[in-house]
Ligand binder design. Structure first.
Ligand code: GDP
Length: 437
């Protein structure tokens, strides 16, 4: 489980926050005298995730030469063990010199830090929370640990900074690949599904999906199991409804939520229009990898032109899924259909991929050296390091003073550079920039 350390100078409300997150009052029990004080951990939930809260309270009794020294001594231990640090300041008394000294030290630590401005209930707290920006640790989350205010916000923000959840299913090789076939009416979704299922062993017949409009079917091919979640096309096959389908955005989103990858079926005789783009953007927004099935290839006369038109559209209108794989096929004749699943599997692998921190930072340093980040309000944005807190979709977090001010085009540059370096075409990539450190 990810470990969370709550640190800050005495009396800022660490224990109150600790108890608030732990969800119950905890007696801080002392260890047997003479035995090195063990760090205690308490299981809690943060942003819906199970985490371990590190109890650093005991460590505050470490050599009390100076407040800052004491904080640092206890925090060094905590930080070494933690995946995320909640740095608490007292918004009522405002920033103290030791907060500042401590923040300066924290900024140089590799552990992600979330700045928490406590005691912001009532008037005045808001001002001090504003002041907290000066610490260069990014946006503070304003809370009142005692009154339970802002805690929901804290949960959400902290969850974003936690390392990727270890999905027990993800390690299960038997786990089916989750696929959605999307596209507008008559693109050939049903025909393609039948072609895909043609020779495969069905594991289950149509079964209800997790969301209202979705239907799922499982099959198995040489590479493993596939769970296909579908909307209208499936329904037709399953005779659940014979009604003429309308492209239902709700149903498409439902299917996308259950999938890892979306196969967007296009009618190659018509090309890609606004409606198709809209579906592709929905998939991107849901963080799904996308593969295009360029269907009805048998009926296309000028294939070179059809390819070119699609490529142009993708480049100008779908840059966020740059490099997306296109499989030209005919669901009707079956030609090219065998290329689809291998392409889907390759795309999912990329979507799943975790880049080790060392490799990631070698890329990051190179990318930042090649293009220095611009000025923000006349001051240079410094980018110190990057982490990859999540995959599925790949998510990069970059850290450095004023990183939160990175303009959109620089973020895009980083994303594209990352995509090219680590070969992730057709995969949405998320970038979070956080100030500090
Ligand atoms: P859906 O609405 O997306 O499920 O589309 P359907 O699978 O019902 O197909 C719509 C129409 O396109 C049907 O008349 C199909 O026969 C036709 N169609 C589907 N795939 C192909 C193909 O590869 N080539 C050609 N020429 N027609 C196709």
């Amino acid at each position: 489980l990810p470990r969370i350390a709550i640190i800050g100078r005495p009396n800022v409300g660490k224990s109150t926050l600790f108890n608030r997150l732990a969800g119950r009052k905890l007696a801080i029990v002392d260890d047997t005298p003479g035995v090195t004080r063990d760090r205690k951990e308490v299981e809690a939930r943060l942003g819906g995730r199970a985490v371990l809260l590190l109890d650093t309270a005991g460590l505050e009794e470490a050599p009390p030469d100076t407040v800052a020294g004491r904080m640092r001594a206890s925090s060094e231990v905590a930080i070494r063990q933690a995946d995320l640090v909640l740095f608490v300041i007292d918004a009522r008394t405002g920033l103290t010199p030791s907060d500042r000294a401590f923040a300066a030290w924290l900024r140089r630590q590799p552990t992600p830090v979330l700045l928490v401005a406590n005691k912001t209930e009532g008037r005045g707290g808001g001002m001090a929370a504003m002041e907290a920006y000066e610490l260069g640790l990014g946006d503070p989350v304003a809370i009142s640990a005692e009154h339970g205010e802002g805690i929901a916000d804290l949960h959400t923000t902290a969850a974003e900074l936690l390392p990727e959840e270890e999905d027990p299913e993800a390690r299960d090789r038997d786990r089916p690949l989750r696929l959605a076939i999307v596209g507008r009416p008559n693109a050939g979704k049903s025909t393609l599904l039948n072609a895909l299922l043609g020779e495969e062993r069905m594991i289950t017949g149509p079964e209800p999906g997790l969301t209202r409009d979705a239907v799922a079917v499982q099959w198995e091919d040489d590479e493993g199991k596939v769970r296909l979640v579908d909307t209208a096309g499936m329904r037709k096959k399953a005779r659940i409804s014979e009604s003429l389908e309308q492209m239902s955005v709700g149903a498409t989103i439902g299917a996308l939520k259950e999938a890892e990858v979306a196969v967007l079926v296009l009618d190659a005789t018509l090309g890609m229009d606004e409606q198709d783009l809209r579906i592709a953007r929905l998939a991107e927004r849901e963080g799904r990898a996308v593969v295009i099935a360029y269907n009805k290839w048998d009926a296309v006369e000028d294939r070179a032109a059809a390819r070119q038109v699609l490529e142009d559209t993708l480049q100008t209108s779908l840059a966020q899924l740059k490099g997306i794989a296109v499989v030209a096929l005919s669901a009707m004749t079956g030609r090219g259909v065998d290329k689809l699943m291998p392409t889907v599997r390759r795309t999912i692998e990329r979507w799943n991929r975790r880049i080790p921190t060392g490799e990631l930072n070698r890329w990051f340093e190179g990318a930042v050296a090649k293009h220095t980040p611009p000025l923000a309000d006349g001051r240079r944005i410094k980018l110190r390091y990057a982490t990859m807190p999540k995959a599925r979709p790949p998510t990069i977090a970059v850290f450095g003073p004023r990183a939160e001010d990175l303009p959109e085009d620089y973020r895009r540059y980083l994303v594209n550079s990352f995509r090219d370096t680590f070969d992730m075409p057709g995969v949405p990539i998320r970038l979070h920039a956080r100030g500090g450190k």
